[in-house]
Design a protein around this ligand. Structure first.
Ligand SMILES: [Zn+2]
Length: 317
């Protein structure tokens, strides 16, 4: 079990997280100009998020260092967000992954043909790899979370790498690359997207899904938490893909920040979204914390989150 100090560091409202970090330039466009969009996260802990004035990509400021982020994942992440205090993926997580993997496999069915080469970048507990293999594909995963990677290998018998640097695969190797709720966790999502695009065949497809920071029906600060060091909306999702030479594939269903991209030879053009950062600063403007607590608006999201965990835990396999 995590120590009392751990709970203090990670759950006590109105205090910061145990990290120092360093300011960074925007990973998407390189600009250092920004506007603040949030000062607290979903636990009402102090966490500053800024939006790049040039392109609108949201990032944590200061940005946790690679070591701080690695340390956070090694100790806190699963305990924090997935109700898992002892090794191995919890049942409710596996049920949710299985549902999501089935959905993703159906969406990409036209490309998941026998012999197709498939990469799942951030493959978690391996449900999508298993779904792709069931369709006759050659599927491989990349997953730095050791318990999850081990689970995928043991329970699904799939190949999973701990990490994959640029030289790991030949350019143009894969027919299908997917990355589901991974980019928001990375310090360098735009650079990683370029790497994935290089590994994609000229007629390949890349599925990318991230949380939509502009989603309605959520109190603004609910969208922020420490594990998500970048925040996307529809425009910044597409700009990140555009910089990597990708455009939305119009033959596939899309919902905001869940998108299937294809390669394009057309020049990327400027990586900019004039006015987006200011719009996000207005849209994501939080209620003052005391007013928020008094309003009771936090009760419903909390109930909903718990109900979801309960449902996922008891869902039939
Ligand atoms: Zn930018």
């Amino acid at each position: 079990m995590p120590s009392p100090r751990y709970f203090l560091n990670h759950f006590m409202p109105f205090t910061g997280y145990p990290y120092t970090g360093a300011p960074t330039a925007c990973n998407l466009c390189g600009s250092r100009e920004s506007v603040t969009v949030a000062e607290t996260d979903r636990r009402l802990k102090t966490l500053k998020s800024i939006a790049c004035l040039q392109c609108g990509l949201i990032r944590t400021d200061p940005m946790p260092t690679p070591d701080e982020l690695a340390n956070y994942y090694a100790t806190a992440y699963r305990a924090d967000y997935q109700l898992a205090f002892a090794g191995g993926p919890p049942r409710h997580h596996l049920n949710r992954s299985a549902r999501e993997a089935a959905f993703r496999a159906d969406l990409l069915a036209p490309k998941l043909t026998p012999g197709a080469r498939v990469l799942d970048f951030g493959s978690g507990s391996g449900e999508f790899l298993a779904a792709a293999r069931a369709r006759g594909c050659e599927a491989i995963g990349v997953e730095p979370g050791r318990d999850y990677a081990a689970y995928a290998r043991t329970h699904h018998g799939v190949e999973v790498l701990d990490d994959a640097d640029d030289g790991r695969f030949e350019p143009g190797y894969f027919d299908v690359i997917t990355t589901h709720h991974v980019m928001e966790h990375l310090r360098d999502p735009a650079d990683v997207m370029e790497r994935l695009a290089r590994w994609l065949k000229p007629d390949g497809v890349l599925y990318a899904a991230v949380p939509n920071m502009a989603a309605t029906g959520k109190p603004p600060h609910e969208r922020f938490h420490f594990a998500h060091v970048h925040g996307f909306v529809r425009d910044t999702c597409d700009l990140t893909a555009r910089r990597a030479g990708l455009v939305p594939h119009t033959e596939y269903w899309r919902e905001d920040t869940t998108v299937v991209y294809r390669k394009s030879d057309a020049p990327a053009g400027p990586i900019a979204a004039p006015g987006l950062a200011q719009r996000l600063a207005t849209e994501l403007k939080p209620m003052p914390a005391a007013a928020y607590l008094a309003s009771g608006a936090w009760i419903w999201p909390m109930v909903r989150r718990n109900a979801k965990a309960v449902r996922d835990t008891f869902a039939p396999k």
